[in-house]
Design a protein around this ligand. Sequence first.
Ligand SMILES: [Fe+2]
Length: 257
Amino acid sequence: MAYIKSAALEETGYVVLDPYGKEIDPKEWLEVEYVDWKSSGDTRFAPLASAKGEIECNGFWNHKPPRTDKDGVWIDSQTAIAPTLTERAKEPGANVGRCRIIELQPNTYADCLYNLHQDDNNRLNPDGTGWVVRGFFNLTDDKTSYFVLRENRTDPSQETRIALPAGAQLIVDTQRLWHAAAHYGTEPRYCLITSWESGPELDAYIAKYNGVNKVESYPVDQETLDAGQIEQERRIAARAAALAARGQQEVNVMSEA
Ligand SMILES: [Fe+2]
């Protein structure tokens, strides 16, 4: 047996879809309820679907009974405020697990490299069923921000940087690819993140929006790239040393976003 995966994601682990061309009222992400939830960077999350329909962000496997990141329960008080976002998460018709809006405070490329992580989307996912991937739908018009994807956390040669203007849409195998966002500016970035189950529905959605599995990287000057890489190394070493002093080891896989 093997997991059902999207052929479109096989080569690079991601697809970029046609941008969403319509305006959405910012109330849909500004007026929902957020909870503090530490992820990669200075973040808060507003769940639209959670394990039991409550306003919390814990992995479904941490609930009783533990289960995989599928069959998220919609939170009526949130979806009522964010009907378009809810509709967008449901649009593919694929099973939805966690569905949340992330609020990310401004950071830098160096921060982003340190924040790179893999998600834990497929914990307890039964073999033979659909592999869980993540949809990212950027809400704010972050023209100088970009999503960084790497096959290997510390190898810049395989890096892809994806621009994040309003309406940017991508689907990423975030358990495979290391990922985080570099968000420049003064205001927070908002993005809808949905766990979708791979299968024919998601494949049809990727085809409908002309998903491409390779894009030109968002341009960043070499000096920033080099300085970011050095800073990533420095921070990883500093953290490893701090953990070693406490007799602990680095945990690379984060469970969230
Ligand atoms: Fe993540």
